[in-house]
Design a protein around this ligand. Structure first.
Ligand code: PBG
Length: 328
C-alpha cells in the first residue's frame, strides 16, 4: 500500500497518538552520571570546559550522589584525581585510594546508588598513559597485572560494577580471573570494549587531569575508521567474560552501536563523552541551540541505536526533565 492509502501523518496528529506509537523511550533508569573525586574536603571545583561538572572532594561527591539519586539517577561512574601520581599509578589499587574512599562514602550516604568504577591508569600515572611504560610504549602484559589489582581493590571498596577503559588486550579475562580468585565472582564487568582514540575526550582530560605527557593513545585505543575491528574487539571481550559492552564516544559512533546491538545480546552501554557534552553547552550558551531539546534528542538517538545504558554528564538534567513529564 502506498499513498494515498498510506498516510504516515495519521498517527502524528496529537501528542497522545504520537506517544502511543513511540518506539524508543528514555528513562532515568538508563542514565549513568560520571563523577570526579579529588582530595581535600568541602571542594567543588568547576571544570571550565564542562559547565555543571566539578571535581568533588569525597564529602561533596557523596552529597552530589544523594542529590542525583533524589532526582532519579540510579547509577554513577567514578573517576579519581589522586593526591600523588607515580610511574605505575599505584595509588589506584590502594584501599586508601581516592576512588576507594569515594565508594565507601557513597555507600554510606546513598546505599541504593549503583556504583560503577572506571578502571584505568591515566589519572594515576605521572606520564598520563593508561598503563606501565616500557620506554615510550605502554606494556600491555605488565599493565594487566595492575588492572587486576586495581579491580580487586575497587570491588573490595564497594564497587558494584568494574568498568575497564584502558584498552589493553586480554584485560577482561585477567580482571575476571582476579575478581573470581578474590571472592568477587558476583561482580560484573562492563567493558569499554569499543573505545576509539577520539578527540572528543578533550574536556575530560581537564576534568580528570589525565592528558598524556607525550604522544597520544593511538597505540592502544581504536582507530575511528574501523567498524569491523570494533566487532572483533567486542567479540573478544564477550569471549573473555564481559557482562556488558560499551561503545565510546556515542553520537559519532551510532553505526558501531547499532552493529553491536545486532550481533550481541549482552546489555550495551554508550558513553556520551565530555566533548559531546561540551559542544551542547557551548552552543546553548551562545543561544544557537536549545540545550534541553538537543540534549534529550541526543540521548534518545543513542537509545534508539541500541544502548541500554548511557553514561552522560547530562544525566541529572535529563532525569529532572523526565521527572517533570518530558514527552517530546
Ligand atoms: C580513561 C578514560 C577517558 C575517558 C573515560 N575514561 C579518557 C581517555 O581515554 O583519554 C573519557 C571520557 C570523556 O571524554 O567523557 N582512560
Amino acid at each position: 500500500m502506498s499513498f494515498p492509502d498510506t498516510r504516515f501523518r495519521r498517527f502524528r496528529k496529537t501528542p497522545a497518538l504520537r506517544r502511543m506509537v513511540r518506539e524508543t523511550r528514555l528513562s532515568a533508569d538508563n542514565l549513568v552520571l560520571p563523577l570526579f573525586a579529588c582530595g581535600g574536603s568541602g571542594i567543588a571545583k568547576p571544570v571550565s570546559s564542562m559547565p555543571g561538572v566539578f571535581q568533588h572532594s569525597v564529602d561533596r561527591l557523596a552529597e552530589t550522589a544523594r542529590e542525583a539519586y533524589a532526582e532519579g539517577v540510579r547509577a554513577v561512574l567514578l573517576f579519581g584525581i589522586p593526591e600523588t601520581k607515580d610511574a605505575t599509578g599505584s595509588s589506584s589499587w590502594s584501599q586508601d585510594g581516592i576512588v576507594q574512599r569515594a565508594l565507601r562514602a557513597i555507600t554510606s550516604e546513598v546505599p541504593e546508588m549503583v556504583k560503577i568504577a572506571d578502571v584505568c591508569f591515566c589519572e594515576y600515572t605521572d606520564h598520563g598513559h593508561c598503563g606501565v611504560l616500557d620506554g615510550e610504549v605502554v606494556d600491555n602484559d605488565a599493565t594487566l597485572e595492575n588492572l587486576a589489582r586495581q579491580s580487586v581493590s575497587l570491588a573490595a571498596a564497594g564497587a558494584d560494577v568494574i568498568a575497564p577503559s584502558d584498552m589493553m588486550d586480554g584485560r577482561v579475562g585477567a580482571i575476571r580471573k582476579a575478581l573470581d580468585a578474590a571472592g568477587f565472582a558476583d561482580t560484573p564487568i562492563l567493558s569499554y570494549a569499543v573505545k576509539f582514540a577520539s578527540a572528543f575526550y578533550g574536556p575530560f582530560r581537564e576534568a580528570a587531569e589525565s592528558a598524556p605527557a607525550f604522544g597520544d593513545r593511538r597505540s592502544y585505543q581504536m582507530d575511528p575508521a574501523n567498524a569491523r575491528e570494533a566487532m572483533r574487539e567486542a567479540a573478544a571481550d564477550v569471549e573473555e567474560g564481559a557482562d556488558m559492552l560499551m561503545v565510546k564516544p556515542a553520537l559519532p559512533y551510532l553505526d558501531i552501536l547499532a552493529g553491536l546491538r545486532q550481533r550481541f545480546d549482552l546489555p550495551l552501554a554508550a558513553y556520551h563523552v565530555s566533548g559531546e557534552y561540551a559542544m551542547l553547552k557551548a552552543a546553548a550558551e551562545r543561544g544557537w541551540i536549545n540545550y534541553d531539546r538537543v540534549m534529550m534528542e541526543s540521548l534518545l538517538a543513542i537509545r534508539r541505536a541500541g544502548a541500554d545504558l548511557i553514561m552522560t554528564y547530562a544525566a541529572r538534567d535529563a532525569a529532572r526533565l523526565l521527572a517533570e513529564g518530558w514527552t517530546e
